[in-house]
Design a protein around this ligand. Structure first.
Ligand code: CU
Length: 185
């Protein structure tokens, strides 16, 4: 009796061990391999697009991800953003501070060339109910809503014609500190 139990146990253990070691390692390796090559192509594609496809038509449908941060110190972490001409820009604004939107709200507003930035910002102050964007303005290429500490917002827009544009935060009093260049090249 003891012997058959033991035998049964070893058979069970054996078959169990066999089924565990037979296939899965190969599958895991395959999976990791395909998975890591996926990651590589994901991270290198945008760079390759920027560097080599500039002069070709291949960049027409390129989506370029851009990120910028606003702080409790009333600053953006970047003074300059660059995107390739013809791309679709996916821009994420993150507020890395903790202050509420009512006290230290930030947005990202990309202005058309030739806009009087100070005049725009002074007008924007009167439009708290419209995310500090003057109602009916024709000066804005792209904008986010106002966010507070810990929040983030993503917008997508078509890159304007090649050139240098100004972006600001239009929250009252912020534009002189929170301003930068958006370069389409
Ligand atoms: Cu701001």
């Amino acid at each position: 009796m003891k012997k058959t139990m033991l035998l049964l146990l070893t058979v069970l253990l054996y078959s169990c061990g066999e089924s565990e070691t037979k296939e899965p390692p190969i599958r895991l390796a395959d999976y990791q391999q395909s998975h890591s090559s996926e990651n590589i192509s994901e991270t290198t594609t945008p760079e390759a697009g920027e560097a080599t496809e500039e002069a070709t038509t291949a960049s027409a449908a390129t989506v370029v991800e851009v990120s910028i941060e606003g702080t409790d110190q009333m600053t953006f972490n970047k003074k300059e953003l660059r995107v390739p001409a013809g791309s679709t820009v996916k821009l994420t604004l993150t507020h890395t501070g903790t202050m509420p939107a009512t006290a230290m709200g930030h947005n990202f507003v990309l202005l058309k060339k030739g806009t009087d930035v100070a005049a725009f910002a002074m007008t924007a102050i009167n439009f708290a109910d419209n995310e500090y964007i003057p109602e009916g303005t024709d000066k804005v290429i792209a904008k986010t809503k106002i966010i507070g500490g810990g929040e983030s917002v993503t917008i997508e827009f078509k890159a304007p014609a090649p050139g240098t544009y100004t972006f600001i935060c239009s929250f009252p009093g912020h534009f002189s500190m929170m301003k930068g260049s958006f370069i389409v090249e």
